[in-house]
Write a protein that binds this ligand. Structure first.
Ligand code: ADP
Length: 448
């Protein structure tokens, strides 16, 4: 500011001195006064020119090129430039933070949608876009109610009670693959709201499965219990002879046995779900498993058919499988038991446990029974799913056998596959990965 004043005075003094040197007439002092005034105008003109250049620079917003060097306007410009730079940096910092925040919201497994006071969409993440079928380029600033026309959601907005969530079908929902969303609106500052959506299809399915399971177990237990109660009443009320009494007691024993089998299978399933993974270094000889299965098969076919069934056992000698012996035995025995129960007595059953070229192993049971229609095959491992309910009951089935087999296979990193066609018999196989298989010895053939 000091130099600005000095330059102003110097400009006037320079003009006055110039006139004083050139003009020696009587009007010298008046001329000097005019010259000083003219100097003042020249200074003002130059100063205005610099101010105009500053204004032009500000209008252009060109922060890279600085038009003025030093002086009052130069320093003003430099300070403005620093201020602008500082603001720019703060702006880009907050922009980066905003981007990080939005990226975090994008990564959320839940749908996040921001609505303005009028219910127009301000922003949403990809999950919300998927849940509601929204397009970021097309649907921004549109009313959500116009884009998502679901009666439950419309009623939720109309009621204006946002304490609980609302359940609605997702955009991708179809009758064969239903998608369920839980949507919750949270109002916040300035009439805006945050809408959160969560895919609860799996939770709903698990809950439905749990309900079905409890209903199935109750039903399975209630049937033999009702029969038992009926027989007890008969024994208590009717005067029966010895033969009739023993007949009823035999029937009661069958029902009690049925309940025992069911409870035992339920316990096996719950143990499989709750116990740690089977060991990877406990090697179980396949020959031992086959011998146990053979004995089970013999016992079962004697009970069911009154005589031993023809079963061909074939296994690669020295084959060992890493895992829990009891679980492996239970799975293999279940498959052999099913073959015995669901195929005619005169048809042979082939049981094979062989090493595979990739170092794994395959356990398979092939029967020549009635076979299974393709639409049932994907559901066979569901708990209590039966194709032929009465045959299953007659032969002491619980509907849990294949669920147990599938569980055991999964726990051992193995895969259960089912090949079957009506009238052509079935083949159930468990394929073990090379990590769980080792071989030592020669080929062996066992027939029963
Ligand atoms: P279950 O105790 O009823 O046998 P599973 O889970 O072992 O229950 O089997 C489910 C259903 O699959 C059975 O009810 C039966 O209808 C069918 N199934 C299983 N194995 C065979 C087979 N080898 N041949 C034909 N049907 C079978």
């Amino acid at each position: 500011m000091f130099w600005r004043l000095v330059s102003f005075l110097l400009c006037q003094a320079f003009a006055a001195v110039l006139v004083w040197l050139l003009d020696t007439g009587p009007e010298r002092w008046t001329a000097m006064a005019f010259a000083a005034l003219a100097g003042c105008y020249v200074w003002l003109l130059l100063d205005s020119l610099r101010a105009w250049r500053l204004l032009r620079w500000l209008r252009a917003g060109d922060t890279a090129h600085i038009p003025l060097g030093s002086g009052f306007w130069g320093e003003s410009l430099d300070r403005i430039r620093k201020l602008v730079r500082h603001r720019d940096r703060a702006l880009s910092d907050s922009d980066a933070r905003l981007q990080e925040f939005l990226a975090a919201l994008q990564a959320s497994p839940n749908g996040v949608l921001l609505l303005d006071a009028e219910g127009r969409i301000e922003w949403f993440n990809q999950t919300a876009g998927r849940h509601f079928g929204l397009d970021a380029r097309r649907d921004m600033l549109q009313h959500l109610g116009n884009l998502v026309r679901d009666p439950a959601l419309a009623a939720y907005f109309a009621a204006r009670d946002y304490r609980a969530d609302v359940v609605m079908p997702g955009r991708a929902s179809t009758s064969s693959v239903p998608v369920k969303l839980s949507v919750h609106l949270h109002p916040y500052g300035g009439g805006r709201s945050l809408l959160l959506s969560r895919d609860i299809t799996a939770v709903e399915q698990a809950e439905a499965m749990r309900r079905d399971f409890v209903a199935n177990v109750s039903h399975e237990i209630r049937t033999p219990l009702t029969v038992l109660a009926g027989f007890v009443e008969t024994l208590q009320t009717l005067p029966l002879n010895e033969d009739e009494r023993s007949h009823y007691l035999e029937l009661m024993s069958q029902q009690a046995h049925r309940m025992q089998t069911l409870v035992s299978d339920l316990l096996t399933l719950s143990r499989l779900e709750g116990s740690p993974p089977p060991p990877v270094h406990d090697w179980v000889p396949a020959q031992l498993l086959m011998a146990q299965c053979e004995q089970d098969a013999h016992d079962l076919s004697s009970v069911l058919w009154g005589s031993a069934r023809v079963l061909h056992f074939e296994l690669d000698a020295g084959l060992e499988i890493a895992g829990a012996a009891t679980e492996l035995h239970s799975a293999m025995s279940n498959l052999i038991g099913n073959a015995i129960r669901y195929s005619p007595a005169d048809k042979p059953i082939e049981v094979r446990c062989s090493a595979l070229p990739d170092g794994g192993a395959m356990f398979s049971v092939r029967d020549q029974g009635a076979g299974i229609a393709p639409e049932h095959i994907p559901r066979l491992t569901e708990r209590f799913y039966r194709v032929d309910r009465s045959r299953s009951r007659e032969t002491g089935g619980t509907g849990l056998g294949l669920a147990i087999v599938k569980h055991v296979a999964q726990r051992h990193g193995a895969e259960l596959s089912i090949e079957s066609a009506p009238g052509k018999g079935s083949c159930f196989s468990i394929r073990f990965a090379p990590q769980r298989v080792r071989l030592a010895g020669a080929q062996l053939d066992v027939s029963a």
